[in-house]
Design a binder for this molecule. Structure first.
Ligand SMILES: *[C@@H]1O[C@H](CO)[C@@H](O)[C@H](O)[C@H]1NC(C)=O
Ligand SMILES: *[C@@H]1O[C@H](CO)[C@@H](O)[C@H](O)[C@H]1NC(C)=O
Ligand SMILES: *[C@@H]1O[C@H](CO)[C@@H](O)[C@H](O)[C@H]1NC(C)=O
Ligand SMILES: *[C@@H]1O[C@H](CO)[C@@H](O)[C@H](O)[C@H]1NC(C)=O
Ligand SMILES: *[C@@H]1O[C@H](CO)[C@@H](O)[C@H](O)[C@H]1NC(C)=O
Length: 294
């Protein structure tokens, strides 16, 4: 018996639950919607542009693009003040999850005012994309679909859709696949580690401790890598979106809660790793003691 092995076993069990939640957060409507990777707040899209006189000659590609859109809809953009988002068929928010993306509106209102404080505003999800393993969030086709649905007779090709955006999207797809695979590997390895840890409770000996240590090490690598990539994507992504989006009234919200659970899972695996590391050393000492004095 090795009761101390219960500690890494419990850590693995908790990490397993958290990794599952990371993978499945938001996979259907209203299931852990707050655990998004990134949310695009598009509720004020176009608002800042309507007042700017620098129409179309900014060095911000999104701003230029947006002017092209508004100009093709109508010469008189002032008709759309406050209503541009719905005219374009754009929702209040789009939230990206690992398995799908969701969209909907802010209730009761997108903007805090004297009676509605910021904390009272919450997301009302209208719909989520079909959940598919390794779905690819493609803003290009999402926007084209929005334009088609809104009945505006323009295509993205008419609008000089910037190449850089497509390049960024392609890079994102590769990272998204990598992260999905890493979470799956990690869930598999954590399950194995949970079973071998429980076996380790009942079998003494250095070999089980060592096998556990190896499995948990691999698990740690997969999970830490997934968490690191996700964190970089969330932080870098929201910075880039804020940088270019601000001008057209688009804001990104970071998935702080998602980062919290993925790093909590990584922390638990680190504890399990430490637990088995200590077991290896203690087992070693015991054997050393036995062979010297026994
Ligand atoms: C745009 O201009 C109008 C009047 O010119 C003003 O009332 C409104 O607050 C401005 N909106 C923004 C977002 O600056
Ligand atoms: C959405 O973005 C606008 C400005 O871009 C901001 O004023 C508003 O508070 C945001 N809404 C939510 C619910 O975060
Ligand atoms: C705040 O927004 C809510 C919802 O749109 C509206 O009912 C309320 O009258 C607004 N309050 C003020 C003071 O504008
Ligand atoms: C939330 O959205 C659903 C469907 O889109 C709608 O039926 C419901 O009334 C909305 N809830 C609020 C509080 O606006
Ligand atoms: C999503 O699934 C539904 C039925 O499951 C199907 O009718 C619909 O076409 C699918 N949508 C997409 C975009 O694949």
């Amino acid at each position: 018996m090795r009761p101390s092995a219960l500690f890494p076993a419990l850590c693995c069990a908790a990490a397993l639950v958290l990794s599952f939640l990371c993978l499945f957060a938001g996979h259907k409507r209203n299931f852990m919607e707050d655990y998004h990777l990134l949310t695009l707040n598009t509720s004020r899209i176009g608002e800042n542009l309507l007042n700017s006189s620098t129409a179309g000659n900014s060095d911000n590609p999104l701003s230029t693009l947006f002017h092209n859109i508004t100009n093709s809809i109508s010469g008189d953009v002032n008709n759309f003040v406050g209503d541009l988002a719905s005219r374009l068929g754009v929702e209040d928010f789009y939230s990206a999850h690992l398995l799908d993306y969701c969209y909907g509106s802010y209730v009761p209102t997108p903007l805090a005012n004297a009676t509605v404080s910021k904390s009272e505003i919450h997301k009302n999800v209208t719909k989520c994309s079909n959940q598919t393993a390794m779905y690819q969030f493609d803003p290009t086709s999402a926007l084209q679909k929005s334009l088609n649905d809104s009945g505006v007779d323009i295509t993205l090709a008419d609008l000089n859709w910037p190449d850089d955006i497509q390049k960024g999207v392609n890079a994102l797809h590769i990272l998204q696949k990598a992260v999905f695979i890493l979470y799956c590997i990690s869930i598999g390895l954590t399950s194995v580690a949970l079973i071998t840890s429980l076996l380790g409770v009942f079998t003494d000996g250095r070999l089980t401790a060592f096998i556990n240590f190896m499995v948990v090490s691999l698990d740690f690598i997969a999970l830490a890598l997934a968490s690191a990539i996700v964190t970089v994507v969330i932080v870098k992504g929201s910075n880039v979106i804020d940088k270019y989006g601000k001008e057209i009234g688009v804001e990104a919200h970071k998935g702080a809660k998602f980062m919290a659970i993925t790093w909590a899972a990584t922390g638990l695996i680190t504890l399990a790793l430490l637990g088995w590391f200590i077991e290896c050393i203690i087992g070693h000492r015991k054997r050393g003691y036995v062979s010297k004095h026994g």
